[in-house]
Design a binder for this molecule. Structure first.
Ligand code: GLP
Length: 226
């Protein structure tokens, strides 16, 4: 799964060296990042001109924070590849006004012509980025209050569930849907329900945010789940 996803991402970057990518965190994409680092070491992909945006970031965590998502991408990818760190971005989790930081982040992505590639994981509840199930979804980057299910799922990265931030900044469903290409990775039993629902259920349901991906013309889901 990881090598297949890395191959697709590398092909995109090779086809458009200054492409704009959204990159996710989580356990699932770690292998993909390792495979990309290997391709970079072997001279098969060049990161130097690419633009990379975190899909999301916790409110209250800084770029240096160990549990922060920018830090995650630095630790798992950026430090191993020839990326220009000036072209790597994450929403400002420490902003005094998170809503303003969200608007600025969206403007930065728009300023580069929008996303060429949205690389995504999926939450157990079908969330993409941190676009949580809700009666309505947000179009642009926004500040979200995390659900209990997501807080519990992500508690493994913190000392306790109480330490998991209750809010995050995430690119919106519109930011994702405007991407020219969407690539999703998913593995593990805890994602089976979400992937089966994505595959079999044809409804568009804001309570299952990834179902909106059905409206996009170019989505690839790379998964180990049958
Ligand atoms: C977090 C992130 C998502 C990610 C999800 C799945 O909630 N905000 O972007 O897709 O976790 O993570 P994992 O791959 O660890 O299951």
């Amino acid at each position: 799964m990881s090598e297949a996803a890395a191959g697709i991402l590398a092909e995109e970057l090779n086809g458009n060296p200054s492409a704009v990518f959204a990159l996710p965190t989580g356990s699932t994409p770690v292998g993909t990042y390792q495979a990309l680092a290997k391709l970079n070491r072997e001279g098969k992909v060049d990161f130097s001109l690419g633009n990379f945006f975190n899909v999301d970031e916790y409110v209250g965590l800084s770029r240096e924070s160990e549990q922060g998502y920018y830090h995650f991408l630095y630790e798992n990818l950026y430090q191993y590849v020839n990326v220009d760190l000036a072209k790597t971005h994450a929403p400002d989790g420490m902003a005094l006004e998170p809503e303003l930081a969200a608007v600025q982040y969206e403007e930065m992505i728009d300023g580069l012509g929008g996303l060429d590639v949205a690389f995504l994981g999926i939450g157990r509840n079908g969330h993409i980025g941190f676009n949580e199930p809700a009666a309505s979804l947000h179009y642009s980057t926004y500040c979200v209050t995390l659900t209990k299910s997501t807080i519990e799922a992500n508690a493994r990265f913190f000392k306790s569930t109480e330490e998991v931030p209750k809010q995050a900044l995430t690119i919106g469903i519109g930011t994702i849907m405007k991407a020219k290409k969407i690539i999703m990775v998913a593995n593990g039993e805890d994602k089976a329900d979400a992937i089966c629902r994505l595959k079999e259920d044809t409804s568009l349901d804001t309570e299952f945010p990834s179902s909106l991906l059905r409206l996009h013309p170019d989505v690839t889901v790379v998964t180990t789940i049958k």
